[in-house]
Design a protein around this ligand. Structure first.
Ligand code: KIV
Length: 288
């Protein structure tokens, strides 16, 4: 049961930090549209990420690199219009924060102020600590993302587990500490060994939210389409698929097509009627 059961009161970063301090696990999922936002909020999720995974699962790109600020803003607005309780995180797409601190703060401000997000995330570690500091200095709650960072996966040799060697593990820990020092209230740990995620979670005071990082993190995040079985291109090892909504939707649409072809739809209960006399009058008037 959530420590913040009021279904209409927004969860802020302070509430999430309290959950972490109290040892209450934090649930997080992505959503990209008004109906998805409504479903996951009403189900009681703590955090919704309007992630740039949008590009792959909703827009049909091969990866997240092509996603634009305009696309992120439109989908962030759709989700925030639906959500009453969950904390909504806006995600900065590739090249919307990489050029300068000024560019990063400006774009963070757009998703926060115009998009209605409750905090802003971007991917990066120590080398982006100054950018994270600038965002929090501007008064915008910041959510970090380290380990495997999909926007720059090409630089990492592909979608590979990070932090496996001693040096690589230390570098991920240093990234986490740098982001905490920069003012982040939470950090996503993506695709790192669970033992490393456990150490990072012990060393940090902020929330650690894992995706492919084991059960010791303060919370877990999954992509909406992955857990609902809606994305069929590939399923990463760290995903648990809770439903086959692809097949459920396919079956419903196939049944509809069959009903239309066989004139089983619309049935009497889906149709409107005129009074008998009015029909006769109309037919007479039209000569039919
Ligand atoms: O964009 C996204 O959905 C993400 C999650 C994979 C954490 O960053």
């Amino acid at each position: 049961m959530s420590s913040h059961p009021d279904a209409t009161k927004k969860l802020l970063s302070a509430d999430l930090l309290k959950m972490r301090a109290d040892g209450e696990k934090i649930s997080m999922i992505t959503a990209y549209s008004y109906p998805q936002g409504m479903i996951v909020d009403q189900a009681g999720i703590d955090i919704i990420l309007v992630g740039d995974s949008l590009g792959m699962v909703e827009l049909g790109y091969d990866d997240t690199v092509p996603v634009t600020m305009d696309e992120m803003l439109m989908h962030t607005k759709a989700v925030t219009r639906a959500v009453k309780r969950a904390h909504v995180v806006g995600d900065l797409p590739f090249m919307s924060y990489n050029i300068s601190t000024e560019q990063a703060v400006t774009n963070a401000g757009i998703l926060y102020k115009n998009g209605g997000a409750d905090s802003i995330k971007f991917e990066g570690g120590q080398e982006y600590a100054n950018v994270a500091s600038a965002i929090t200095r501007a008064g915008i709650p910041f959510f970090a993302h380290i380990g495997l960072t999909p926007q720059t996966a090409a630089m990492m040799g592909g979608f590979k587990v990070q932090g496996k060697s001693l040096d690589a593990a230390k570098a991920v820990l240093d990234d986490a500490l740098a982001m905490q020092d920069a003012g982040a209230f939470a950090v996503i740990l993506e695709a790192i060994p669970q033992q490393l995620a456990e150490i990072i979670t012990e060393k940090l005071d902020i929330c650690t939210v894992g995706i492919g990082a084991g059960p010791q993190c303060s919370g877990q995040v999954l992509v909406f389409h992955d857990l609902l079985g809606l994305f069929k291109k590939f399923t990463p090892k760290f995903v648990k698929v809770y439903a086959d909504m692809y097949s459920a939707q396919m079956d419903a649409v196939s049944e509809y097509i069959k009903d239309v072809k066989e004139v089983n739809f619309p049935a009497a209960e889906h149709s409107f009627n005129m009074k008998k006399e009015a029909v006769e009058e109309l037919k007479n008037a039209l000569g039919v």
